[in-house]
Ligand binder design. Sequence first.
Ligand SMILES: N[C@@H](CCC(=O)N[C@@H](CS)C(=O)NCC(=O)O)C(=O)O
Length: 309
Amino acid sequence: MAELILHHFAQSPFAEKIRLMLGFKQLAWKEVHLPLVMPKPKLLALTGGYRKTPVLQIGADLYCDTALIAQIINDIQPEPNLYPLSCDALTRMLSQWADTLLFPTFSGFNLQPRGAEYFFNAMKPEQAQALIADRMAMRGGQERIAYEDAHGLVIAYLNRRNQILKDNHFICGDQPSLADFSCYHPMWFTHSQVSILSSIFNDYPFVQSWFERMQSFGHGSSTVITADEAIAIDKKVTPKTLPTEKYVDLHAIELGSEVKIRAQSFGTESTRGKLIAANHHRSTLESNSPKVGLVHVHFPRLDFVLKKI
Ligand SMILES: N[C@@H](CCC(=O)N[C@@H](CS)C(=O)NCC(=O)O)C(=O)O
């Protein structure tokens, strides 16, 4: 089986979403520990510019964003299925909602003002300052959702989730699916990084027992390697042959054009390369540099902006 290398750091909720999936699928994987803030020269050499956490590397193929990484892991190890047939579209929609709305709402709750004090006090002051400045810049200067608003929303969302989980073991029914992992990681951050706020969950017993069921999947088995070792693995191979499929052109950009691609919001640094494939779900850029050789960098189509250079 292809060797999975996850570039991530321990405190990252989006990385936890993937670590837990790797446990759910009982996979073995390698991990490269990333710095929490820029600069990340070795990651950027591989991705051509994408900086977020996590990134999945398989040889000379780099997969950006957990929406795509989840699909790749499921393709490699289809059972247990993250997209059960009975709720394939629903679980994808709920997952996108959780990653783009539930997560920032929880961040507003987790990181102001008691939670922030608790979280940042665990670091050296200069580390805390660097992290705050880095994430402010990633938000383009936009403030987090205010604590009072976030708190009210978190309660409303927990109430709804508690109702769903009263009659179901998982969010879409009896089986875990993608949406469970996306709803899990913001709550995991509260429990693991700002446990001073965890008492908010006490009123939601069905959410709590669901959380414990999810947590019991674990992380599979992993081995730590360095970023240089990951680059050496990449340089030994060429990217996987792309599947023969129709190019889905949504932007009137011909295949083979030089393009840049970036996340729609939060961390909008772009990746440049040659557009070599795109279907409804993902686009693929090819780039070639002396540092990492020929790589294919893959992005989800949803929530990403594609432009011809
Ligand atoms: N939509 C992205 C979000 C990833 C994300 O925002 N990750 C955070 C860490 S949890 C991040 O990149 N922070 C800045 C960094 O690590 O450089 C995904 O699903 O992968």
